[in-house]
Design a protein around this ligand. Structure first.
Ligand SMILES: [Zn+2]
Length: 234
């Protein structure tokens, strides 16, 4: 794969598209392709469909959404609500990082109301470490130098700090909305939460906070070490 990939690691199909998709739509236009790694389908939240049926539906929706973002979808075979925070998962994600070779990885912030989101965020630093270190012998060669950013997700608000504001234009909000609506979850009728209105409103608020010329922005959180700045003057 060429080295222009952004890997978005979500606990459930849809998490990364809905929370980071405005930025990803803009980056895709600039030639940076998103790869969505879905750790579970997020199949247990449907009011009428059984989990197995809904899982199959969500995987198809994920494929269509990824294509609409100009990217692709990958899957790990975990179940909704049962995502472990263990070494096996860390190495599985590390292997994907070695295969995709992204420059940027998007991850869940760990202060979440959903245990899968917390687990998905917790495993990422070690997954990046295992991906980068040659001494961990895997099928593929190591890949390091990856920047990790946390996405701003309504389910992950505890202690989240919006620190990196990316300006986005209205056209990318529209691309995000149409791509996300490949999921029944975001088109309406599955959940009582109004995802589209929430994230559109959030983009407007974040845009106002930085006086974005477009009036819109998508936020990311930084890792602790990423806050270090080398300067020659203050
Ligand atoms: Zn989720």
């Amino acid at each position: 794969m060429p080295d222009n990939y952004i890997l978005a690691v979500g606990a459930h199909c849809g998490d990364m598209e809905i929370s980071a998709g405005m930025a990803l739509a803009k980056l895709a236009r600039a030639g940076k392709r998103p790869v969505f790694l879905h750790l579970t389908p997020g199949e247990k939240g449907h009011k009428t469909l059984d989990p197995e049926t809904y899982a199959a539906q969500k995987r198809e929706e994920a494929q269509r959404a990824a294509a609409a973002f100009g990217g692709e979808a990958l899957f790990l075979p975990y179940r909704d609500g049962e995502l472990p925070s263990d070494e096996t998962l860390k190495f599985q994600i590390a292997d994907v990082i070695r295969a995709v070779k992204p420059k940027v990885v998007l991850a869940h912030w760990t202060g979440s109301m959903h245990k899968d989101h917390t687990a998905a965020g917790e495993v990422m630093p070690d997954a990046l470490f295992y991906a980068a270190i040659r001494g961990f012998e895997r099928e593929l060669p190591p890949h390091g130098g990856v920047r990790m950013l946390y996405t701003e997700n309504w389910e992950d608000p505890i202690g989240f700090r919006p620190e990196l504001y990316m300006e986005v234009e209205q056209q990318y909000v529209e691309r995000w909305e149409s791509a996300c609506k490949e999921y029944a979850l975001f088109a309406g009728g599955v959940s009582d939460f109004d995802y589209i209105t929430y994230y559109k409103s959030l983009a407007r608020v974040r845009g106002l906070e930085i006086m974005s010329p477009t009036g819109l922005a998508q936020c990311f959180g930084l890792t602790d070490l990423a806050r270090r700045r080398r300067v020659s003057d203050i």
